[in-house]
Write a protein that binds this ligand. Structure first.
Ligand code: FES
Length: 376
């Protein structure tokens, strides 16, 4: 009898536990907490701005301790953060590689280095408007680019053009601080000596004569201490070992020319990794379509050119569409295509996403009038 009573008691307790769980609101579940963490925005303050060259600045961002951002997440050299700003009344985002030593995140500091670009909406806004003391919202670090000790070889060749040097400066500091045990040679191409970003740091690191070395090539002038012209087989050859990992970051033309050169060394494709930060599409004929955006509380119809992404068109119209990487990798902008056709460039959708008509607006160009459902 005593045993039956005990069993009854246990049964009752279990039923109460199950009932209490089912009463819990969905937002209290573990999964939702994780999702919120992923979506979290960090509030930072610009604590320093350094002019690297006439058209490049490094912004130091420090956690705004008076907000709900007491600290910043750690990051891996090569990762990026996305900044959220409002330009001409439109909320826009841009992803920038972190250029600082990953160890600085322990002091709640991130650094991003931004170059002026022709018609660059956010980059030029940052360079012309942001001052020390301004507040800036950023997403947590993301991205897979960089050195991976499990995947990569000990001999690492990095090839950078222009502002493509930023992730490699972070990687250089990570290696010098002992995070990775590898040799890094960075080939860095710029037009003139005046265009060298991180000139002082590069000199300082080269003086150490450790396992990180920068080799700068000037393509438009000849000066002592630098190589001259575009990278050639002869320049690379002394640094190529039996097994190599090649990391590249820079303009598209650099990738094209370097791929040809790397083929001559028989470096396998799986050993070459690129930072992808542009999405381009040149339609045969330019035209403008209607993009109808269905949101939770309203519906808006806006124009969208067929040489711009749905995301860019929405941002220009002041619609706060979700975005992080802007190159089809993170999936954060995923939205449902209710009607119409798009050309998606460079994004790979999961089978279930494709079957349910999901697209990534950050890399989708309209090919007809569009109806898009946004979860905002
Ligand atoms: S913003 Fe990352 S996939 Fe679109």
């Amino acid at each position: 009898m005593e045993t039956v009573e005990k069993l009854e008691k246990i049964k009752k307790e279990r039923e109460e536990i199950i009932a209490s769980f089912s009463k819990k609101p969905l937002e209290d579940t573990y999964l939702d907490k994780e999702t919120k963490k992923i979506k979290s925005i960090y509030h930072t303050i610009v604590t320093d701005i350094k002019e690297e060259t006439p058209d490049v600045k490094t912004f130091t961002l420090t956690a705004d301790k008076n907000s709900d951002t007491p600290s910043l997440a750690p990051f891996k050299a090569g990762q990026y953060i996305t900044i959220h700003v409002t330009v001409d009344n439109s909320p826009v985002t841009r992803a920038y590689s972190l250029s600082s030593a990953p160890s600085l995140a322990n002091k709640d500091i991130y650094k991003i280095t931004i170059k002026r670009v022709e018609n660059g909406l956010v980059s030029n806004y940052m360079l012309d408007n942001i001052k020390v003391g301004d507040k800036l919202d950023v997403s947590k670090p993301a991205g897979d680019f960089g050195y991976n000790p499990i995947r990569d070889e000990e001999n690492v060749i990095a090839i950078a053009g222009g502002s493509g040097i930023t992730p490699f400066m972070s990687l250089a500091w990570a290696i010098l601080e002992g995070t990775y045990d590898c040799n890094l040679t960075v080939f860095y191409s710029v037009k003139t000596e005046e265009d060298i970003i991180f000139k002082k740091e590069i000199e300082e690191i080269n003086k150490k004569k450790k396992n990180v070395k920068f080799i700068v090539t000037l393509t438009r002038e000849e000066k002592e201490g630098y190589l001259h012209g575009h990278l050639t087989r002869e320049m690379l050859e002394p640094y190529i070992k039996e097994f190599n990992t090649v990391l590249m970051c820079g303009p598209k033309e650099l990738y094209r020319s370097m791929n040809e050169l790397l083929n001559e060394f028989n470096i396998p494709r799986k050993s070459v990794h690129y930072e992808n930060f542009f999405v381009e599409y040149e339609p045969d004929e330019k035209t403008t379509y209607n993009l109808k955006v269905v949101m939770k509380e309203k519906v808006e119809t806006i124009p969208c050119r067929n040489d711009e992404t749905l995301l860019v068109a929405m941002e220009r119209a002041g619609i706060k569409a979700p975005s992080l990487c802007r190159v089809g990798e993170c999936g954060y902008c995923r939205s449902r295509l209710l009607e119409g056709k798009v050309k998606m460039i460079g994004a790979s959708l999961k089978k279930a996403e494709a079957e349910n008509d999901y697209i990534h607006p950050c890399v989708s160009f309209p090919d007809s009038d569009i109806v898009l459902k946004l979860d905002i």
